[in-house]
Design a protein around this ligand. Structure first.
Ligand code: HSE
Length: 311
């Protein structure tokens, strides 16, 4: 009997302020990929949810690109592959949608082709496709992750953040492609900015590891990317400020933006409301809400193949 693989991958918020290209946290929003080999040649994609109207359904889709990367490593490529993507993670909003897509493709191909990729190999391929490791690592491992690149290999430590920690995300109704947000950054930084960020990155990790949530406000300040990116997002500085006034423990641009992140222990609904109404005053519609912190990360389930329609 042929196999159907179902892969679930969480959204992720990267950087957490100062930890550019290093820190990441998995969130309770998910993309699901169902994949199976077919006798009819070619790629057959169905897309539901985010990107259903815009994402390509051919070999330029990044899920397909990731699957092909696994098939290229050896064995016989299948003649046809059928995919159904059910996307909860909004696109190009700084919530790791591309990392989730790539991890899903790699994991599905690994299971279908029985390629026996180790977790380290999967992370290496995912980081290479993505260009930075801080979304793909928590997407695979869940929880809070600290990652450094050793050549092309992500090295990481994950741990569960304090159980009382809550995440609020304010997702505006426009996209900011990561490539554009990365192009806004300078090539070089002063020693003062480097010390500011490396000390605060270490402090974010230590604060979460030792439940010193009172330190997050100062620890999450950043001088490496947010000063250059926030001006691309009307009202963003003010939305972050009102989140702190409403009781957030720390705030940041989520990944490359434009989503804004608040970490809190209480009053999540009031913080979300304050962020949403402040952005509305700038003429920007957003969806602001609490999301869970995902501890598990990537899930891969193989089942005997049945017709998609029967599900
Ligand atoms: N660390 C990356 C960046 C994350 O800030 O560009 C992109 O989601």
């Amino acid at each position: 009997m042929e196999t159907r693989v179902t892969v679930t991958v969480p959204a992720t918020t990267a950087n957490l302020g100062p930890g550019f290209d290093s820190l990441g946290l998995a969130l309770g929003l998910y993309n699901r990929l169902e994949a199976e080999f077919r006798a009819e040649p070619g790629w057959h994609l169905e897309i539901v949810g985010a990107g259903a109207d815009t994402l390509p359904r051919d070999e330029t889709n990044i899920v397909v690109e990731a699957m092909q990367r696994v098939f290229e490593r050896g064995g016989n490529p299948p003649s046809g592959v059928r995919l159904r993507l059910t996307n909860e993670i909004p696109l190009a909003r700084g919530l790791g949608s591309s990392a989730a897509a790539r991890v899903a493709g790699l994991a599905a191909a690994n299971a279908l082709a029985q390629a026996n990729l180790s977790e380290a190999e999967l992370l290496r391929l995912a980081a290479e496709l993505e260009g930075h490791p801080d979304n793909v690592v928590p997407a695979v491992c869940g929880g809070f992750t600290v990652t450094a690149m050793a050549g092309s290999q992500p090295l990481y430590v994950r741990f569960d953040p304090p159980s009382g920690l809550r995440a609020v995300i304010a997702v505006p109704d426009f996209e900011l492609p990561t490539a554009q947000a990365r192009a806004a950054l300078p090539e070089t930084y002063s020693r003062a900015d480097a010390v500011h960020n490396l000390s605060r990155t270490a402090l974010v990790v230590a604060a979460l590891a030792s439940e010193r949530l009172d330190l997050l406000r100062a620890a999450m300040e950043d001088r490496i990317h947010q000063p250059y990116r926030l001006p691309l997002i009307p009202g963003a500085e003010e939305v972050l400020a009102v989140a702190l006034e409403a009781g957030a423990l720390g705030v940041a641009l989520s990944g490359a933006g434009p989503t804004l992140l608040a970490l809190t222990a209480e009053n999540a609904a009031a913080i979300a409301q304050a962020m949403q109404s402040t952005w509305a005053q700038h003429g920007i519609q957003c969806t602001a809400r609490e999301v869970g912190i995902e501890k598990g990360g990537l899930r891969v389930v193989s089942t005997p193949q049945v017709e998609f329609a029967a599900l």
